[in-house]
Design a protein around this ligand. Structure first.
Ligand code: DCB
Length: 520
């Protein structure tokens, strides 16, 4: 975040240097003395938004997605990316996408939504990511200010609550936010101006990011940490401290940069209420994750670990490589990250380390993933002699046969196998049996009821065959994913409360099925 603050400071300095000349007054359609005159002037002076060649500003026109994102990018000083279309703002839009300000499905890089009015919920999300990424709002306090709060999709809770907490978004006369409506160019200027004021520190800082603590469990859970203690691997089986077999079952988060609100203590507790005893915190490295905002992502990991500890659950810290297919690309950062985590949690038996989610692309086991694992495992072992470490393999963690032929030296190491029920079937199960026969301990740290792209289906019959197979072998699993994204693999319906608790009405077909399989 230090980098962003620098950009904001530069943008704010530019704004101040330009002075408060009433440039808005120069537009034939910006009425002197109107409520938005100063807001428009500030944005024009900042060079963030221009008028039209005919001397108008068209303050009442709805602002398009491209205009809004481009203004946010300019104010935040975000360097342009490599646009995928010839659109005038393609560079800003691509950079914003890569910075995680919005997700590809909200505004596809192919451009079909660029010139359409931006919905208010998405505008606020982009604005908060761009200018005030650290601000959070209390759910109860802020949602009470929004008369149509139930109309808001859950994936926008966090930025919208933060925007109200920061005083950037404000209720209109009826207190409605109208999340799906557009907003006028004048309103956008007002939002941006308030966010810049806030970034300049005129308003008190919001909740600080959580500090690593030593939280205590609320109460003991069946199959939980107080019952099982430190885990250890015996042969191919995950066992408890007393050497008896243990099976962990629970949910994986979606990307913490997008759906961090579903990796809170409340969300983790809600899965525990259905019988889960593990939670996986999927910390993307690329796609706007750790590589672009380390402190914010580590704060979310810490919050998830604390949430799991309070709920007597195991928790997996997942270095979620995906578009960065070769883990060697960031081996130094990974070794440093895991060394710090292993130090911080050296006395916490709940924590499991997953060092490379899904190697993919042009990557080999013996040339890339295995040497990477040796390096990162030794970094962990220097601090944490016995925590379980999960190791991925090429082809999105499907090549367990390669690991079985040439495993990493060491104890309490397991190998991840990932599958999607709509894509992978018997051939991959046979590969699991082959690897087990060679003595390779396997942990399914991610699987979905959908196709491998996270959508399609749901394939519940195929999923049932898979889970029966895993149960018969005592293999632990985490399901992708605990969020309300509109994709079939998501366990929650759009708008489900991020902090739980949930009823059947909040669960998708996938969620109902998966939650019913937590308890043995
Ligand atoms: C894995 C990834 C995970 C990904 C899911 C579903 O990727 F570990 O991050 O999640 O499986 O594809 C998806 C989300 C989407 C999001 C997208 C990009 O569900 O909402 O937009 O990530 O961040 C796999 C797994 C297997 C295979 C391919 C992928 N495979 N993949 O076998 O071909 O291409 O992401």
């Amino acid at each position: 975040m230090r980098k962003l603050s620098g950009w904001i400071a530069a943008a704010v300095a530019g704004l101040l240097l330009a002075g408060a000349a009433p440039a808005g007054a120069a537009f034939s359609d910006v009425r002197p003395g109107s409520w938005y005159e100063a807001d428009v002037a500030a944005m024009v002076e900042a060079g963030a938004l221009k008028g039209y060649p005919d001397g108008t500003f068209r303050p009442g026109n709805e602002i398009t997605a491209a205009e809004f994102v481009a203004v946010a990018a300019r104010l935040a000083g975000l360097p342009k990316g490599q646009g995928q279309t010839g659109h005038w703002a393609a560079g800003e839009l691509q950079a914003a996408l890569e910075a995680g300000w919005y997700d590809w499905d909200e505004l596809p890089p192919t451009g079909e939504g660029f010139n359409r009015p931006i919905p208010r919920q998405l505008a606020v999300k982009v604005l908060m990511w761009a200018l005030l990424p650290e601000v959070r709002g209390d759910y109860n306090t802020e949602s009470a200010k929004i008369s149509d709060f139930p109309a808001l999709s859950g994936r926008y809770y966090e930025p919208v609550l933060a925007a109200y907490a920061a005083g950037v978004a404000r209720g209109g006369p009826d207190g409605a936010f109208r999340p799906l409506d557009g907003l006028s160019r004048a309103e956008a200027c007002a939002l941006f101006r308030r966010a810049l004021d806030r970034a300049r520190g005129e308003l008190p800082p919001a909740r600080p990011s959580p500090e690593p603590t030593a939280p205590q469990p609320v109460e003991a859970r069946q199959g939980g940490v107080s019952e099982n203690g430190w885990l250890e691997v015996r042969g191919t089986q995950l066992c408890n401290e007393a050497g008896r077999p243990v099976v962990l079952r629970g949910m994986s988060s979606h990307g913490l940069q997008w759906y961090g609100q579903f990796a809170s203590e409340g969300a983790i507790a809600a899965t525990g209420a259905y019988g889960a005893n593990v939670f996986r915190a999927a910390m993307y490295t690329a796609e706007g994750g750790w590589l672009s905002q380390r402190e914010a992502m580590e704060a979310r990991v810490a919050a998830a670990v604390d949430g799991a500890v309070r709920n007597d659950m195991y928790v997996i810290i997942d270095w979620h490589i995906l578009s960065d297919g070769n883990p060697m690309a960031h081996v130094d950062e990974a070794a440093d990250f895991f060394a710090r985590m292993a130090e911080r949690y050296r006395d916490v038996p709940n924590v499991i380390y997953e060092i490379c989610n899904e190697p993919n692309g042009n990557v080999s086991w013996s040339g890339d993933v295995k040497p990477y694992a040796e390096r990162v495992v030794s970094a962990i072992r220097a601090k944490s002699p016995r925590a379980v470490v999960l190791i991925g393999s090429p082809t999105w963690s499907q090549d367990v046969h390669l690991a079985a032929a040439d495993p990493v030296e060491g104890t309490n190491l397991m190998y991840t196998l990932h599958f999607y029920a709509g894509t992978h079937g018997k051939a991959l199960r046979d590969r699991v049996d082959g690897a087990l026969a060679k003595g390779l301990p396997i942990f399914v740290s991610e699987w979905g009821t959908s196709r491998a792209d996270g959508s399609g289906g749901v394939f519940l019959e195929e999923a049932r065959v898979w889970l029966d197979f895993l149960d018969a072998r005592g293999i632990s699993w985490c399901n992708w994913s605990l969020c309300d994204k509109n994709e079939t693999s998501a366990a929650l319906r759009p708008g489900a409360p991020a902090g739980g608790p949930w009823t059947d009405a909040h669960l998708t077909q996938s969620g109902k099925f998966v939650f019913s399989r937590f308890a043995p």
